[in-house]
Design a protein around this ligand. Structure first.
Ligand code: XMP
Length: 211
C-alpha cells in the first residue's frame, strides 16, 4: 500500500505536535526538515517519536563524507529513523549516509530529482538517472522523485526497480495524488495537510487514495 508521509514544515512546537497527533491515525510516517528543526531544535524528534510513527529527517545532506557521517550520526542519535541525502556530492559521500543509517537500523534516501520547476535546470539531461543509479549502487533504501512529473517517476522506476520511491510535490505544488500514488511507495504531503482547516480530515481523505 502506498504510504502517506506528512511533511511537517510548521515552525511552532505545539502546533507541530497537535497536527502530528491529530493526523497520526491516517499517516505512515512524519518528515521533518529544516523549518521545524531550526525553529524548535532537534529535540522535536523526541516529541514526535512518542506517536510511534517513523520519523524521516529531510536534511538533504550534501557534504564531504566525514561531515555527512557527523550529521547522520546526530540525526539518528536524535531519534530519527531515516535520512534524506543528496547524491550529487558523489558516491563516497552518499554511501556514508547509507552506512550510518544502516548501522542504526535506519534508512537512507537519495534525491534523484526535485519537484519544483527550477529542478529541470540541472536534474534533466541524464543527471537524475545517474543519481538514481548512484542510489542503487550505494545501497540506499530508495530515492526521492517528483510527484509533479509522473512521467519522470516512471522513468526513474526503471532504474531503481523495487527500491522505494518517495514522492513530494502532491497538492500545493500541483502533483495529483491519484496519479502518483499508483507509481510510488509513498507520497509526501505538506501544505495540503497542515494548512487545511482540518488537517486530520485532509490526511484521512488522502489516506483513502492509497492502494
Ligand atoms: P509541500 O508543502 O509542497 O511540501 O507538500 C513538500 C515537502 O517536501 C519537500 N520537497 C522535497 N524534498 N526532494 C526532496 O527531497 C524534492 O524534490 C522535494 N520537493 C519538495 C519540501 O521541502 C517540503 O518539505
Amino acid at each position: 500500500m502506498t504510504e502517506l508521509i506528512l511533511s511537517l514544515d510548521v515552525l511552532d512546537r505545539q502546533r507541530a505536535r497537535a497536527i502530528a497527533e491529530s493526523c497520526a491515525p491516517f499517516i505512515d510516517a512524519i518528515k521533518v526538515g529544516y523549518p521545524l528543526v531550526l525553529s524548535t531544535g532537534l529535540s522535536i524528534a523526541g516529541d514526535l517519536a512518542e506517536l510511534g510513527l517513523p520519523l524521516i529527517a529531510d536534511f538533504k545532506v550534501a557534504d564531504i563524507p566525514n561531515t555527512n557521517r557527523l550529521i547522520c550520526e546526530a540525526v539518528f542519535a536524535a531519534g530519527f529513523d531515516a535520512v534524506i541525502a543528496h547524491g550529487f556530492v558523489g558516491a563516497d559521500a552518499a554511501r556514508t549516509c547509507v552506512e550510518v543509517a544502516h548501522s542504526h537500523s535506519g534508512e537512507a534516501y537519495i534525491v534523484a530529482e526535485m519537484s519544483h520547476p527550477g529542478a529541470t535546470e540541472f536534474f534533466h539531461g541524464g543527471v537524475a538517472e545517474r543519481l538514481a543509479a548512484l542510489a542503487v549502487a550505494s545501497g540506499a533504501d530508495g530515492i526521492i522523485a517528483p510527484a509533479t512529473r509522473p512521467d519522470r517517476v516512471r522513468e526513474l522506476r526503471e532504474i531503481v526497480g523495487k527500491r522505494k520511491i518517495y514522492s513530494p510535490g502532491v497538492g500545493a505544488q500541483g502533483g495529483d495524488p491519484d496519479v502518483v500514488a499508483r507509481l510510488v511507495d509513498g507520497i509526501i504531503v505538506g501544505r495540503s495537510i497542515y494548512e487545511a482547516e482540518d488537517p486530520a480530515a485532509e490526511a484521512e481523505r488522502l489516506s483513502r487514495i492509497r492502494r
